[in-house]
Design a protein around this ligand. Structure first.
Ligand code: NDP
Length: 446
């Protein structure tokens, strides 16, 4: 019998925290979890899920245009933003309920309260003092807001899902995942969209020519990407927000969305008083077993700032469960070849090395294809597809897979299995294509 109130206490009921809590409870240990907001964390409430619902909502005008191309007498009509937001909220509430049931059904004790570390193996949870053999911090992240004149007039991805009205003119600041995804969402919904990028490209760190292709497609859709520029100040003028840019031009918007990165949500957790080490970006520093510099205190997910993706947080939770309860030597997960999709328009799917990364260490062959998919031939949709395979010359091993085109994420998942298994270009070539599909291009690249 443990002397502690709980064997494991998890702070934060997002993707990683809930997975760790319920799997630990499934191993027969006593588990508590604290969450001060809605269950499900960023992914469910202000991230992946509502974003993807918005991506779907935004896709209909183009689908209707495509239908016209195929002979349908169809028209788009008006988008009812308020009705969509209400339906989205209902769906998120349903998912919040599922998360609560998952915890309930596995016997995890849920505290709907703020938790704070106060001393070794001890937390304050709401107005209770609770002890735990192990503490897992899985509090996630929050939007990073840069400092400039008028920043309080902007919104972040925490707000964009709850706007009362669809902004007719929107400025998206940043060039990362969130920026390009929301640029596509609002453009699809019919808003006028400008993107403000401090560098000369979006999606830094992604494959150069894939990003080049994406930027061309975004510009063709009418998205104005302003490069190497930044905000000098923002003022309210009438019911608009007027932005003065560094290059001297001034433009007015209904909303300005800051998508300038995310930072760990480590405020008011008692970390400083406990002496828990943070790195220079405020992420919690952990060892190979996700333990902080303080014994029995662990951290996973966005708060450790390693890879800010839901499935990674879930895998890290599973790594800990295997290590704590199933005799695994280490909790560390394999971070190599993590596939990722960006739900911009068209989507990007990517796994492995970019061409620039590959060329640093390998002699490579690059295979590319840029084509109009069959679905767009008579629809009138001008969007194209770009595919790129990076192969090590000597071994023929596929080092990188990059795509910009419709359903890239869906297409990537299966290829990611092959690449994780070490597939070569010969393996790709040995597979018979499925005709007529866009995906068959992957096995006929030459
Ligand atoms: P990202 O780190 O992807 O991008 C941040 C962007 O903001 C970069 O373009 C960066 O520019 C720019 N930026 C940073 N600071 C400033 C500043 N002071 N002024 C102007 N621009 C600035 O962050 P996101 O917020 O888009 O997303 C956070 C993370 O969430 C992602 O990295 C990803 O891991 C995850 N995510 C995943 C999604 C998915 O799986 N589909 C969807 C959404 C988010 P620069 O490149 O020049 O540094």
């Amino acid at each position: 019998m443990s002397n502690f109130d709980f064997d494991l206490f998890v702070i934060g009921a997002g993707s990683g925290g809930v997975r760790a809590a319920r799997k630990a409870a499934g191993e027969g240990v006593k588990v508590g979890i604290a969450e001060e907001k809605e269950l499900g964390g960023t992914c469910v409430n202000v991230g992946c899920v509502p974003k993807k619902l918005m991506v779907y909502a935004a896709s209909y005008p183009q689908q209707v245009k495509n239908a016209q191309g195929f002979g349908w007498n169809a028209s788009v009509g008006e988008f009812d933003w308020a009705a969509f937001i209400q339906k989205k909220n209902t769906e998120i509430l349903r998912l919040n309920g599922i998360y609560e049931n998952l915890l309930d059904n596995t016997g995890v004790t849920l505290f709907k309260a703020k938790a704070k570390l106060i001393k070794a193996n001890t937390l304050q949870v709401g107005d209770k003092i609770i002890t735990a053999k192990r503490i897992l911090i899985a509090v996630g992240g929050k939007p990073f807001v840069p400092d400039f004149n008028g920043k309080e007039l902007c919104i972040t991805s925490d707000d964009v899902f709850f706007l009362q009205e669809q902004p007719k003119q929107i400025l998206v600041v940043g060039g990362g995942y969130i920026a390009v995804e929301f640029a596509g969402i609002f453009k699809g919904m019919g808003s006028k969209v400008d993107v403000l990028c401090r560098k000369n490209r979006v999606l830094n760190g992604f494959d150069d020519s894939t990003v080049e292709f994406l930027m061309g497609q975004m510009q063709e859709q009418g998205i104005d990407i302003m490069f190497e520029n930044c905000i000098q100040k923002i003022e309210t003028v009438g019911n608009k927000k007027q932005v003065l840019f560094k290059d001297g031009q001034s433009r007015s918007y209904d909303q300005i969305l800051l998508a300038t990165g995310r930072t760990s949500a480590v405020d008011n957790l008692g970390l400083k008083d406990m002496g828990i080490e943070l790195n220079k970006t405020n992420a919690i520093v952990v060892d190979n077993n996700y333990q902080t510099n303080i014994k029995d205190v662990y951290a996973i997910g966005d708060v450790i700032g390693k890879v800010q993706l839901t499935p990674v947080a879930i895998k890290e939770a599973m790594g800990l469960i295997a290590y704590w309860y199933k005799g695994a030597d280490s909790a560390q997960i394999d971070y190599a070849d993590i596939p990722t999709a960006v739900f911009c328009q068209p989507n990007i799917g990517t796994v492995g090395l970019t061409q620039a990364q590959a060329e640093q260490d390998f002699d490579v062959q690059v295979y590319e294809s840029n084509f109009r998919p069959m679905s767009n031939t008579i629809s009138g949709d001008t969007s194209r597809m770009y595919m790129k395979l990076i192969v090590e010359k000597s071994s023929q091993k596929v080092l990188g897979w990059h795509m910009c085109g419709q359903d890239a994420g869906e297409m990537l998942q299966g290829f990611a299995v092959a690449i994780k298994m070490g597939a070569t270009k010969h393996d790709f070539d040995a597979v018979i294509g499925i005709h007529p599909t866009a995906a068959e291009e992957w096995v006929t690249l030459n």
